[in-house]
Design a protein around this ligand. Structure first.
Ligand code: AMP
Length: 597
């Protein structure tokens, strides 16, 4: 806690030191040399190095994936590539990382427990039931591993050989977390969690969607899990040897009493408060419920039966950003304090409604500025960490130790206060993302492309799509995308079910690979639904929006609606509901660099 105080009291100096250190190490990289020409100076950096999007650094990362040396962007060797849930050209973005970054992540994780201890007593008196998972990894043409950031961390020695102290004992043996088969991993982790029920003090996963997936799994498989507990045997389909052995150690003997108790609770009609019932000593639920995960709060509150929902940290594949110093604050009041030693942070002011100031225009302006050598567009607008203003919104820009320089993360944050000199931020939204159920991030543009493609199927049947909008329906698990479509028919026609179902599938086929993976492999997104509405429904929506404050002149149909009331307007005019009949195509083979791997 003293360290947090020191870092936040000296946020400005720490940030300058971080930038100097990054520059000292990396001025001679090909990327920075092109702008700095060997001059290691903060002002020069700010004047000459452009604020960039992924597209601008992608060629450098691809070159590393294809075997060129790391010093294109980083003086330290790039040890692996992290596949982000953000996509570029329909494929996951890949971020460079270095061995040293694992130390930084470990440092970051180690700060979370002391903060929590200040608010919740006795966390050393039991265990954490954290459901953590790894995902498959790939290898790039140069032999670098590419995998998600958490997979990288859980497989690292930093995690596997973590010094065990009273605060980081998990109910899931590492071998169950590291099991590649997500179904076996889930079954085994839940089994271990149930068996160690009396010891569990906190329940969690990284994101709310993952915890809800676990609850759904429990709903579907509790009888089998109870059978395992009753017999002291693990189901035969658990074939991962290490996983099996690890679970058998936990499940040391048959326990029909525990099995009976769990069966009794799980067979009740309502699962309200099930987490508290099954793990009665639980003090809080540790899951991120900010940003797109906020849509899951009602469901988690239902299952949690009043347990506090705690979002402890904010981070990404690019780097870990900040921690929540008031973990028991209500989900809507969560703010993250960015740790000034993690990276060099800058902030691009955005409109108060949190739309970036003319993002597309910025890009054009920047491209022009780059070509005529004057970099005066985005660079001049960005401000330092300690210069952000209370109540203002910004897009986060990072310069990392791992080879990203003035990189637009794409997250929009609002300043809600300060801890010492360090600002605290509420996560507002991801730039350009309109729909998200799990790790998928669908932009308005992605949606438009997918819908446009699907409407080609309507044409031969004499329909035209006149308006559409969407929302992420998370009222049941797994959540799914809902599109409201208003159709115009040439002549009087009955809506053809098969055509509409084909449209649902066509939309899904065109959404990006993260969406398709969640749908096909992870089952974390349900079949996409199109709800056809009566003619005039979108006029009603417009009337509603105008009555709620939108300007008539500037009104544009929102491509995603978020409020219950707006959804209700269209919902009342639905004339047909259609679902995708099968999950879209997805294959793990992806293009990294220039080669199929
Ligand atoms: P990825 O690169 O796949 O690891 O995703 C990182 C992104 O997830 C961040 O840039 C945010 O958009 C989102 N994210 C991570 N942590 C949080 C959080 N605590 N609250 C809201 N969004 C988050």
């Amino acid at each position: 806690m003293r360290l947090i105080e020191e870092l936040t009291e000296n946020a400005g100096q720490v940030q300058q030191q971080v930038l100097m250190e990054i520059l000292t190490r990396n001025t001679d990289t090909e990327y920075l040399r092109g702008f700095l020409h060997g001059i290691r100076d903060v002002h020069h950096f700010k004047k000459t190095v452009p604020v960039v999007d992924y597209e601008q650094i992608k060629p450098y990362i691809d070159r590393i994936a294809n075997g060129e040396p790391s010093n294109i962007i980083s003086s330290q060797p790039v040890t692996e590539l992290l596949t982000s849930s953000g996509t570029s050209g329909g494929q996951p973005k890949i971020m460079p990382t270095t061995a040293e970054e694992l130390d930084r992540k470990t440092f970051f994780y180690n700060l979370l427990i002391p903060v929590m201890n200040q608010y919740v007593e006795g966390l050393d008196q039991g265990k954490a039931m954290y459901l953590l998972f790894v995902k498959p990894e790939m290898s790039t043409p140069s032999g670098l591993t590419a995998r998600p950031v958490l997979t990288s961390y859980y497989k690292s020695n930093h995690f596997r050989h973590r010094p065990l102290n009273k605060f980081n004992i998990y109910t899931s043996p590492d071998d169950t977390i590291l099991c590649q088969d997500s179904k076996q991993s889930m079954h085994c982790q839940l089994l271990c969690g149930l068996v160690q029920r009396p010891e569990v003090l906190r329940v969690g996963a990284i994101f709310a969607s993952a915890l809800l997936r676990a609850i759904k799994f429990l709903e579907d498989h509790w009888k089998e899990l109870c059978m395992n507990i009753r017999t002291g045997e693990v189901s035969e389909w658990i074939t991962d040897d290490r996983c099996r052995a690890a679970v058998l150690k936990v499940l040391s003997k048959p326990d029909s009493e525990l099995a009976g108790l769990i069966e009794m609770e799980c067979s009740k009609d309502s699962w309200e408060g099930i987490i508290k019932t099954l793990w009665p000593r639980t003090k809080y639920i540790d899951v991120i419920v900010t940003g797109s995960m906020a849509q899951y709060i009602p469901l988690l509150e239902f299952y949690g039966g009043g347990l506090p929902l705690v979002s402890t940290m904010y981070g990404s594949s690019e780097c870990y950003f900040g921690i929540n110093l008031k973990p028991l604050s209500s989900p809507s009041g969560v703010s993250y304090t960015l740790l000034p030693n993690m990276a060099y942070f800058e902030f691009l002011p955005v409109d108060h409604d949190c739309s970036t100031l003319g993002h597309e225009d910025d890009q054009v302006a920047q491209a022009q500025a780059l070509s005529n050598g004057s970099l005066d567009s985005l660079q001049t607008q960005v401000v330092d960490l300690v210069d952000v203003k209370l109540g203002h919104c910004y897009e986060l820009i990072v310069t990392t130790y791992t080879g990203l320089y003035r990189y637009r993360v794409g997250d929009i944050l609002m300043v809600t206060g300060f801890h010492n000199a360090a600002p605290q931020f509420q996560f507002m939204q991801r730039r350009n993302v309109v729909l998200s159920i799990d790790t998928d991030k669908t932009s308005e543009e992605d949606l438009l492309k997918a819908v446009t493609q699907a409407t080609l199927l309507l044409k031969p049947h004499g329909y035209i799509l006149t308006e559409y909008t969407s929302y992420a329906d998370t009222s049941s698990l797994p959540g799914h995308y809902v599109l409201f479509w208003e159709l115009k028919a040439k002549g009087r026609k009955v809506i053809d079910r098969e055509v509409m179902e084909n449209c649902c599938m066509a939309v899904e086929e065109r959404l990006d690979s993260v969406y398709r993976r969640c749908r096909r492999r992870d089952n974390s997104i349900g079949p996409l639904e199109i709800r056809v509405v009566q003619c005039g429904a979108f006029d009603e929506l417009m009337d509603f929006c105008v009555a709620s404050g939108s300007s008539v002149n500037q009104y544009k149909t929102p491509r995603c609606i978020k409020t219950k009331a707006a959804i209700q307007v269209l919902e009342g005019m639905v004339v047909g509901r259609f679902f995708s009949r099968e999950a879209p195509f997805w294959e793990p083979l992806r293009l990294i660099g220039n080669a199929q791997v």
